[in-house]
Design a protein around this ligand. Structure first.
Ligand code: HSE
Length: 411
């Protein structure tokens, strides 16, 4: 049985290397599986697999021996068109492309079902961490209340280096890129879009309806400063880019991606460092389970992609069960209605007036005092409040400018 890889970038080349490495394996020999094509618009002179490289997608599509295709191109187009064409031709497809699954997963699963093929995407969330199958299969007897975690390796790596080692942002990003963690356009990591796509996939699996990225309030790590790190430290908290989706009693869900303060005592997420991801699933029968491991990089992601390839190869003409309903515009509650505890850092000219106004607007707020605070800088913690109300009240303070607002995570 032949396999094709679409895209010979970081993940595609890692997948090809791992497939070649295990090709002598007894389990594989029993299949037997052969990497026949690698599609890319580039040439790779001198590459050990140069002979497999083609620029012609139709050669793959028209080859009846190719039964499994791994899409590792990234991006929506032409990945969507290629994957759809492969499924319609009865080929099973596996992908690490979270943008594709988050935007088109429902349509592609339908195409897979109609053509008796499989569409698997273990590598789309958490790199090498097994999470898609555990969530959709091992935990399927649970009503899932909440999914939350650190879903982007690049930003976790950057925050670890910046806040732990005082490394400048640019250098930390460069290291993440050199290690093959970052997206081709790293603004998708930094701005939270990558974590947003991943929480959409997890929320879809956890709650049974498709969640689309544009429905999820998404904030990145751009605005975090060393001052925020110092204030967080005073509270004995780390700062992490967290993604979260929670079931509401009325059948809707709430979901967001944002940097949050995570208490070092009592939260397992606070000690997740470097490229690692951690995903907490809260089920009614199982309680809390946490999945942890390397969330990005060619080898961990290839580990998941190759496992999907083998799963497809072992289930030719049989379907692996992944199903959910399509989403709806009102399925995700507005982020303004979320209730959370908040950290705020503001700047002002008249500090006594600002302190007085803060206490009037946010009863019970507590100021965070640090040595060497910048003159005119104030930071405080606001007791649980609706997001929209908090932002409106903050904007209404006279002579006070909000510099940074983050949630204080309770998990
Ligand atoms: N850019 C992604 C990350 C790659 O850093 O997590 C893995 O999806």
């Amino acid at each position: 049985m032949d396999v094709a890889i679409l895209g010979y970038g970081v993940v595609g080349s890692g997948t090809a290397r791992l497939l070649e490495k295990i090709s002598g394996d007894a389990a594989l020999r029993a299949l037997p599986l052969r990497l026949k094509y690698i599609l890319d618009i580039r040439d790779f002179p001198g590459d050990p697999l140069e002979r497999l490289v083609t620029h012609n997608f139709n050669a793959i599509l028209g080859d009846p021996d190719v039964r499994v295709v791994a899409e590792t191109m990234g991006g929506l187009h032409p990945a969507f068109e290629y994957v759809l064409a492969c499924l319609r031709a009865g080929k099973s497809v596996v992908t690490s492309n979270k943008e594709l699954v988050a935007a088109k997963g429902y349509a592609l699963l339908q195409a897979a079902r109609e053509n008796n093929a499989n569409f698997l995407f273990e590598g789309s969330v958490g790199g090498g961490i097994p999470i898609i199958r555990p969530l959709s299969q091992c935990l399927c007897a649970n009503e899932i209340a909440e999914v939350a975690g650190i879903l982007n390796g690049t930003t976790n790596f950057i925050l670890t280096r910046m806040l732990g080692d005082a490394m400048p942002f640019g250098r930390a990003l460069q290291m993440a890129q050199e290690n093959g963690y970052a997206e081709r356009d790293p603004s998708a990591d930094i701005g939270g879009a990558d974590a947003c796509r991943k929480i959409c996939i997890l929320a879809t699996l956890a709650f049974g309806r498709h969640v689309y990225p544009e429905q999820v309030r998404t904030e990145g790590i751009e605005g975090i400063t060393p001052e925020d790190a110092a204030y967080a430290d005073r509270l004995d908290c780390s700062i992490k880019l967290l993604a979260r989706a929670k079931r509401l009693p009325d059948g809707r869900i709430t979901a967001c991606v944002a940097p949050m303060l995570v208490p070092r005592e009592g939260s397992l997420l606070a000690c997740v460092s470097d490229v690692n991801n951690a995903i907490l699933i809260r089920g009614d029968a199982v309680g809390d389970v946490i999945f942890y491991g390397r969330g990005a990089g060619p080898e961990p992601t290839a580990s998941a992609v190759v496992a999907d390839i083998l799963d497809c190869a072992r289930h030719i003409d049989r379907r692996r069960h992944f199903e959910w309903e399509d989403g709806a515009p009102d399925y995700v509650a507005p982020a303004e209605d979320d209730i959370a505890k908040f950290y705020a850092r503001v700047s002002c000219d008249d500090e006594p007036s600002a302190r007085k106004q803060v206490l009037q607007a946010f009863p019970g707020a507590s100021f965070i005092e640090i040595d060497g605070a910048r003159p005119g800088d104030l930071a405080f913690v606001i007791l649980p409040t609706k997001d929209g109300q908090m932002r409106a009240a903050l904007a209404g303070l006279a002579g006070v400018k909000a510099e940074m607002v983050m949630r204080v995570a309770g998990f």
